[in-house]
Design a protein. Structure first.
Length: 107
């Protein structure tokens, strides 16, 4: 019977060792999973930061182009206004001359 007790004790020791190895494996798996989650979160945060930075740069570039276009349009408009004003002044002068001639009876 002593041999049977020894066999039972060995079985219990083997089961205990197996449980400890299983617990250790589960602990390792949990640590691996936690580390993977941390890495994934860090990668996601970096990707989000990079995307926001790129979007901000794109918006800044677009704003700069918009300002350049507006400046060009404003400049062209100012030139057109200046040209029209000169033309109007010339026509005004001719109109005054015509009115003067009509009033003075020259025409």
């Amino acid at each position: 019977m002593c041999a049977a007790h020894e066999d039972i004790d060995q079985i219990h020791e083997a089961e205990k060792a197996a449980r400890e190895r299983i617990e250790e494996a589960e602990k390792q798996a949990r640590l691996i999973r936690e580390n993977a989650d941390k890495e994934a979160k860090a990668l996601m945060a970096k990707a989000e930061h990079d995307a926001k930075k790129k979007a901000s740069q794109m918006m800044s570039d677009a704003e700069g182009k918009k300002n350049d276009i507006e400046a060009n349009v404003f400049s062209d408009t100012e030139k057109q206004i200046e040209s029209m004003t000169k033309t109007a002044e010339k026509k005004k002068g001719k109109a005054h001359e015509t009115v003067y001639k009509i009033l003075s009876g020259e025409e």
